[in-house]
Design a protein around this ligand. Structure first.
Ligand code: SF4
Length: 694
């Protein structure tokens, strides 16, 4: 029996797991967190929560946390604990040496979508103003970078169009490449509620997810496409809408570029995009494609929700554009109940992108080559800034292997576990002379670090997260940082060691700077967040109370832009040696690589990564449920247990990537999205064979 103390006070803060952004009351007794209670006034969750937000916070006080900075000369040396001052001075010395020896572009950094807006703003500022280059990237590179590029091109903003409340007015829900039941549980529950009320449902997913069929819910159409054929399938839906004259012509004439629409309509009307042709590519029956297209075009308010099953492909950006086309051609934008809604994975992936964590963009998605924007930051920061886009994460690693990139500051990301082609990642890190890891635990990436800076949890700092509906929620400090410094203070002290005169006393001052430099945040203040609870950007003079639904009465870019979406088959091919296609996803109780959830009460669920395999494919290999299997691709191999199920189609296998022992990314390839380098995690040709275990 565990005695739970009675709380003495509580602090409202925001969950640090997924992009739903649930609000919680952290009930405290002194410095001890007693429990997390979902907050009824939280606008994203309205008193609901999932098992992660409610129970998976014990990692904050887990014995594995590193609380003191550490340094070592070589990665084979033992760690040596040092003071913060010595750690900062060591990094500054090393980074100055590397730039003096190899040039100013020889170093860079990675921001984290787990950290606050204020913290990511500071990291990109450190790199731009302190390192003198734009070698900054974010873990959004490996998840939703195609969303940013695709939606900005089509609509003019790199963000979802709706608020979560909008789902209550939806008549037809189209879910593509997302499993909100596991990935975004609180929003998933709202979606299911709407479906139980009678909204129709189309699911495009290679796997029969819980949404396709569960008690009280049955999808009208499940399109179980072959992994990698999203573009062909979505374009086939558009083909039906155009050729069967189901276009919302009034919307297109009023809000979109008509000549671009005509060009696009002629393209999608070509016979090669007809469902009967696309069935041969995707495996989805033509009748289902036709039926789904008719339902979406004629069923009333149509809303599209999508996830990483859209973006993590070599054509991730093209699929985002195809989805935008589909919403425009049916007039499903600019009012409640419709829209294009990317379900963001991490708590602050929207915010980290908003804050200028990309190598080509300042905060607010403004290109580094734009003179007027650069001038704003140069004036405020007092330094000349580079107008050359910097290196993306994979390019930094390539340059490291080539010997031209020598040092990196990684805040809150375990790229060895989370990025594709692990061997290439480790080769890049091993080739660098100064790797600085700033994190809670000695993660896999820290094996390649020369300096470790202890990080702080969301419970130990003030700031803001921005969720999938662009809602800026306050994160409030509920306990003193166990490591002595909140992450924003660590970055500030590092900047000072590098010679920058930063003097922020509180994250509210950083937000004031963000508001002063970033038009979509111009009206955001901590006082407003206190008064309103949260606010959705754009929040400025035009929209002082924020913008729940975007593009009402016209698109941010002016006219909506239809894009040609040519399907190109991935280079990752099946063949005799690798006859199956592997795709990946998540389970409800664990989170990403499990660094936090595996160190919490959620560990009682104790799920391991299992390989879902169809009974026919299992039988052909002599496999039974629970057997150990060797999963092998052209890139590498791993071992895990089989789960024999017809949730996956013959020829397709599926697993999660939560456990470091499985290391699924050892087998993923280095193919990536043509526009953003987002890795193609969702398609890997594999072979599965019986094994005796790891
Ligand atoms: Fe946290 Fe997401 Fe669960 Fe909400 S749904 S409690 S934000 S993990």
């Amino acid at each position: 029996v565990v005695e739970i103390g009675q709380p003495e006070h509580s602090v409202v803060t925001t969950c640090a797991y997924c992009g739903v952004g649930c609000s919680f009351k952290a009930e405290m007794r002194g410095e001890e967190l007693v429990r997390m209670v979902p907050w009824k006034d939280g606008k994203a969750n309205r008193g609901h929560s999932c098992v992660k937000g409610r129970f998976a916070w014990g990692y904050a006080t887990h014995r594995d946390r590193i609380l003191n900075p550490m340094v070592r000369a070589k990665i084979t040396d033992p760690w040596r604990e040092v003071s913060w001052a010595e750690a900062f001075s060591h990094i500054a010395g090393e980074f100055h040496r590397l730039q003096a020896t190899y040039g100013k572009d020889a170093i860079g950094g990675i921001t984290s979508s787990r950290c606050t807006n204020e913290e990511t703003y500071l990291v990109q500022k450190l790199i731009r103003a302190g390192f003198g280059n734009n070698n900054v990237d974010t873990c959004a590179r490996v998840c939703h970078s195609p969303t940013g590029f695709g939606l900005k091109t089509a609509f003019g903003t790199s963000a979802g169009t709706q608020d979560f409340d909008s789902v209550e007015e939806t008549d037809v829900v189209l879910v593509i490449g997302a499993n909100p039941t596991d990935g975004h549980p609180v929003f998933g529950s709202r979606l299911k509620k709407r479906l139980r009320q009678g909204a129709r449902l189309i699911v495009i997913d290679p796997r029969r997810t819980d949404l396709v069929q569960s008690p009280h819910i049955k999808a009208d159409y499940h399109l179980p496409l072959r992994p990698g054929t999203n573009v062909a399938v979505v374009t086939a839906l558009a083909h039906v809408i155009v050729t069967e004259e189901l276009v919302n012509e009034a919307f297109v004439r009023d809000y979109c570029d008509w000549s671009e629409f005509e060009h696009w309509a002629a393209f999608v009307a070509e016979p090669r995009h007809a469902p009967e042709e696309v069935e041969k590519i995707s495996g989805v029956p033509a009748a289902a494609l036709r039926g789904a297209a008719r339902l979406f075009a004629t069923g009333g308010n149509g809303a599209i929700y999508y996830g990483l099953g859209v973006t993590e492909h070599s054509q991730g950006t093209t699929t985002v554009m195809a989805i935008a086309n589909l919403a425009m051609v049916t007039g499903n934008l600019g009012r409640p109940g419709v829209g294009v809604n990317p379900l963001r994975g991490q708590n602050n992936v929207q915010g980290s992108c908003d804050m200028g964590s990309f190598p080509h963009e300042f905060p607010g998605y403004r290109h580094v080559s734009d003179d007027a924007t650069r001038e704003i930051f140069e004036k405020l920061w007092g330094v000349a800034l580079s107008d050359e886009p910097g290196l993306r994460i994979p390019n930094m690693l390539d340059a490291a292997v080539d010997g031209t990139f020598k040092g990196i500051y990684i805040q809150g990301e375990d790229i060895v576990q989370s990025d594709p082609d692990t061997h290439h990642v480790t080769a890049g890190l091993a080739a660098m002379e100064c790797v600085v890891v700033h994190d809670l635990f000695l993660n896999e990436t820290a094996n390649y670090a020369h300096v470790f800076l202890p990080g702080s949890t969301f419970l130990e700092k003030d700031g803001t997260f921005t969720n999938a509906e662009r809602r800026i929620n306050r994160v409030r400090k509920v306990m003193t940082p166990r490591n002595g410094l909140a992450d924003w203070e660590v970055t500030q002290d590092l900047a000072r060691a590098l010679g920058l005169a930063w003097n922020y006393a509180h994250p509210g001052e950083i937000m004031a700077e963000i508001a002063a430099t970033t038009p979509s945040f111009a009206g955001v203040t901590y006082d407003k967040l206190e008064a309103m609870g949260s606010v959705q950007w754009p929040c400025n003079a035009k929209a002082p109370d924020g913008t729940p639904i975007m593009h009402i009465g016209g698109f941010a870019r002016g006219k909506g832009k239809f894009m040609i979406t040519e399907y190109v088959a991935t280079d990752e091919k099946t063949g005799p040696r690798f006859p199956l296609l592997l795709t990946t996803g998540r389970i409800l109780s664990q989170y990403n690589v499990g660094a936090q959830t595996r160190r919490t009460a959620n560990v009682v669920w104790h799920e391991e990564d299992r390989l879902e395999i169809h009974p026919h494919d299992a039988e052909n290999r002599g496999l039974k449920d629970g057997d150990w299997v060797r999963l092998q691709s052209r890139a590498g191999e791993t071992t895990l247990r089989a789960l024999v199920t017809d949730r996956v189609a013959p020829g397709v296998v599926y697993t999660t990537f939560h456990h470091p022992l499985t290391q699924v990314n050892v087998i993923t390839t280095d193919y990536s999205d043509w526009a953003t380098n987002c890795p193609e995690y969702k398609v890997t040709a594999v072979q599965v064979a019986p094994s005796n275990g790891p």
